[in-house]
Design a protein around this ligand. Sequence first.
Ligand SMILES: NC(=O)c1ccc[n+]([C@@H]2O[C@H](COP(=O)([O-])OP(=O)(O)OC[C@H]3O[C@@H](n4cnc5c(N)ncnc54)[C@H](OP(=O)(O)O)[C@@H]3O)[C@@H](O)[C@H]2O)c1
Length: 306
Amino acid sequence: MKAVICTKYGPPEVLQIQDVPKPIPKDNQILVKIVATAVNSGDVRVRALDVKGFMKTVMRLVLGFSKPRKPILGTVFAGIVEQTGKNVSSFKIADEVYGVTGFKFGTYAAYIAVSDKSVVVKKPTNATFEEAAAICFGGQTAYYFLEKANVSKKANSKILIYGATGAVGTAAIQIAKYHQAEVTAVCSEQGQEVVKDLGADKIILYNKEDFTKTAEKFDVIFDAVGKITKRQCGHLLNHGGIFKSVEGFDMASEDIKQLEFLRELFEKGKYKATIDKTYSINEIVAAHRYVDIGRKKGNVVIKIGE
Ligand SMILES: NC(=O)c1ccc[n+]([C@@H]2O[C@H](COP(=O)([O-])OP(=O)(O)OC[C@H]3O[C@@H](n4cnc5c(N)ncnc54)[C@H](OP(=O)(O)O)[C@@H]3O)[C@@H](O)[C@H]2O)c1
């Protein structure tokens, strides 16, 4: 089968399309024919080993010393169940599914075999495969951090989302709005139409206005791009307010509940897949070059096959 192999850590050109053996599902696994995946900020970070200081050594120990031990990168997929292991009862052939593999990677490929108990569920019925692949990474990360900030438990909270136009930011706006929060989105001029379309109540353009000087106060400040600190903006928090950031040691963990939540929202028409660009698997290097720039609006999708 066709797969993208990360031959070593480095620039996008280290990625090569190769022919590798098609996985054979074990008794507890399903074989998914992947229709779409996405290039996420986490993927380019792993490919380039783009972490600071001692974390580089930690990442080499975790991922592989000079190249990823798991050479097929990619952590999200949407596709069709082609085969089921003999102990699998929760999925059947032809089910349309979407899932997240996290540190197991492996989704830049025509097929993947995953446990039926892993983070894989039926995809939203009204989503295309491209949309389903697009909503996983940002959706599950935003869900994780907003839950930690208790956004689902407090109606009408006021939340400021800094870096509202990335995969995580666009997801956070929609999840916060679903929980009836009043959302102030901080983004560049190029992103304002995107955040308006997703339901942001107020917009601060960071290239025109210093958001730390706003007179408003917030119950939650969520830095969805890891570019600000609590020290910079803590004075904007109400008493008991919470600051969360994607930067730091707190790693969003993925689970089935998050994907089921996103499916429910998508099917209710309360969640959109913000897709900036779509590439074919043959254009993986170009897709990585684009995501490397760090200015994508929402998500970059890779079409693999149908
Ligand atoms: N801790 C975790 O578990 C976890 C999980 C997932 C992701 N992350 C991290 O979260 C960050 C965001 O991820 P992502 O996938 O959403 O990234 P992304 O989609 O690549 O984010 C790109 C967006 O960020 C905006 N941006 C760039 N610089 C900005 C700045 N200085 N101020 C405000 N906005 C800025 C860009 O818009 P403009 O250039 O137009 O402003 C662009 O829309 C990454 O650093 C990623 O590593 C952490």
